[in-house]
Write a new protein. Structure first.
Length: 279
């Protein structure tokens, strides 16, 4: 009888190397720190990283050597948006690419929530978009100058990729609607007051505090850690199942029929902010 070969999880040395262009990973005593970056500096958005994240969450979650995960950024920015990713209007993307974008956008958050069974800590190291990656974590801390905002509506796109979904479930539907329509920034202190984050710290104290929290969590038995995370993350699982696909489909349908394109509107917005309308 032929012996069956068991397929095990990918090793840390393999996946940390695989994703190093977008995510810098370190691990100590079961605590894995995952840091967004671009060329060693603050992360600048790209579709390549967008795809890599969802795969990374799966590999991290399947590694039994990971016991607590910290997600943070690099330098003084969390995420820097790049309007040039919309240089080709979404309605002009090939049909297959549109489908891939839909699935990848779903997996980016779904894999973070459904594939990772260990306690998570989000440490937002400065201003930037897409804070939902950190606010979906069990504990979220941020710097004083962090800002939380959803720019989609102001840019002429329905807010359906997860940013509004997280706000709706954290601060309530009325407040979330206000911030979606106005695009108004929520600073670190306001985020604390609204219940979006648990602590606000100076930047130099942010990561040390994240590690302090992770080490505290590690004091409990392994089963307690895993099952506590399961309880704590359940509301997010329910929210994603109930609403993420619905919201994302609405956003992407609008993008697919948008003849002007996001880049042109972003240029006009930038021009108005500078006191002149870019035609």
């Amino acid at each position: 009888m032929t012996e069956r070969r068991m397929i095990g999880p990918t090793k840390f040395e393999e996946y940390s190397e695989k994703y190093k262009e977008f995510l810098l990973m370190t691990r100590r005593d079961g605590i894995i720190e995952v840091r967004l970056h671009t060329d060693g500096g603050p992360y600048k958005h790209s579709w390549e990283a967008h795809t890599a994240w969802s795969h990374a969450w799966s590999d991290i979650g399947r590694d039994p050597e990971n016991e607590v995960m910290i997600i943070s950024g690099t330098g003084d920015k969390w995420v820097i948006g790049d309007p040039e990713v919309w240089n080709t209007k979404f309605m002009d993307w090939p049909k297959q690419k549109k489908l891939e974008q839909y699935h990848e956008s779903l997996r980016l958050l779904e894999n973070l929530i459904f594939c990772i069974d260990i306690p998570t800590i989000g440490a937002i190291n400065g201003p930037g978009t897409h804070c939902e990656l950190a606010t979906l974590c069990d504990i979220t801390i941020c710097t004083e100058d962090a800002d939380f905002f959803d720019p989609h509506y102001l840019g002429g796109t329905p807010p359906g990729d997860g940013m509004l979904l997280t706000l709706q479930n954290m601060i309530g539907f009325k407040k979330a609607a206000y911030y979606a329509y106005t695009g108004k920034n929520i600073n670190g202190q306001t985020a604390l007051d609204l219940g979006i984050v648990s602590e606000v710290l100076p930047r130099e104290k942010l990561l040390p505090r994240a590690w302090e929290l992770a080490e505290m969590i590690m004091q409990a038995p392994r089963s307690t850690r895993h099952l506590s995370h399961s309880i704590i993350s359940r509301p997010w699982k329910q929210a994603l199942v109930s609403d993420q696909g619905f919201q994302l489909a609405h956003q992407m349908y609008d993008m697919a029929i948008d003849e002007e394109g996001a880049l042109e509107r972003l240029k006009k917005m930038q021009g108005r902010l500078m006191g002149k309308d870019v035609q």
